[in-house]
Write a protein that binds this ligand. Sequence first.
Ligand code: AMP
Length: 480
Amino acid sequence: MTTETTFASLGLAEPIMRAIADAGYTTPTPIQAQAIPQVLEGGDLLAAAQTGTGKTAGFTLPILHHLSTRAAQAPKPGRPRCLILVPTRELAAQVEESVKTYGKYLSLTSMVMFGGVNINPQFKALKSRVDILVATPGRLLDHLGQKTVDLSGVEILVLDEADRMLDMGFIRDIKKVLAVLPKQRQNLLFSATFSDEIRTLANGLLHNPKSVEVARRNTTVEIIEQSMHRVPQAHKRDLLAHLIKRHDWQQVLVFTRTKHGANKLAEKLIKDGITAAAIHGNKSQSARTKALASFKDGGVRVLVATDIAARGIDIDQLPQVVNFELPNVPEDYVHRIGRTGRAGTTGSALSLVDDEEIGYLRDIEKLIKRSIVRVEVEGFTPPPKSELMSDERPPRPPQGRGGQRQGQNAGQRPGQGARQTQPGNRSASGRTPQGTPAAGSAKPAARPAPNRAAPNNQSQPRKPRPQAALFSAKPGSRGH
Ligand code: AMP
């Protein structure tokens, strides 16, 4: 699409234009420039857009336009005209916030609905007019079962982050919802990735869809600076604390694979004098909201999150993402790093990679079709496997003074202060800085066990598990 597209040329209603101006948006993002005209035309849409591209406004703005310029058929309380299905509570809350932001000069009403919270306020809200309902599938089905919501008036259906909904095992729930929708409606499907499963869903759902795509399939947002550091699992916490201090990172989103790992890491960082909070599916909704709010307003510097809890986190200009562990599903890497570099801002994503994770790294690099820059911080780099075999000693942790001088590279990004090496190389000098003393701020880490197989429970070799199994959890935990 041309870069000349302006909001004025899109033909959106005046109250929507005013809200866009209030939000400070001057030009439509590429997905908006492509999707808005298509949605305004009224047909179905298949959109390949990663998070951070401005996709939410891409569908919300034209939906608000349609609903505000067309009269509702048989309006009734609890009978929405637009249904937006999303995978997680956080995303639901954020999409509804966007609906409110862009619709603030319109008389349309919206509601957010997700599980894990008391259902009674939702019953109450459904007794009033609801034009736009943003919901996670599980809780929506609960309401359908109790007949507290009526979907017979849905004119527009959106499946947002459809790939994630399928990953989370929501396909059956989605089908149940589709079965009660009126046949005549507009369907919009947004997905970051396009598996065969998504294509099957799209084929069954969409009629002669127009398709729009803003990034090549399965590629990472180009503006994100990506680097990785090979480091034994047992040293990761010390390295992270060291990097946060050395670079003076003020807002870092860190991904761990497990909820337990998220808690432990947050505790460790706090002990090291770095404000941190953890969010994951075992935390109550109010704890998650509170942690996210403190992270947004700078009250905590580090938010440690599992993939699922982080889904939908939307922070303008989040500068730094760290993969404390690599995800075993390569597409999750794309989702994770998409938390930074949003809407055209630059961002940086660093992955801490233990030898056990090299296979995951290869899968990720294959998917994104590029190699991630290797960086090293002296004292935190393990010897290659061949050296380990000839010399049974494990890599020594940082020892306090000397080595990479503290403050020397303060404020720099990985890749600037730390040495960059080609994939597979050990370091620029070719030497492994085994046992080299490291920065003064990094405390000596616990000496890992010789075979480095189990310094803690997170470094056990992990068997890849299907996403559905990872996330389907206990009964009643749907709708996260
Ligand atoms: P999304 O991909 O929908 O999660 O949006 C990512 C971020 O981009 C959000 O913080 C939006 O507020 C922001 N955004 C959306 N559209 C624009 C725009 N046209 N100009 C500037 N920022 C935008």
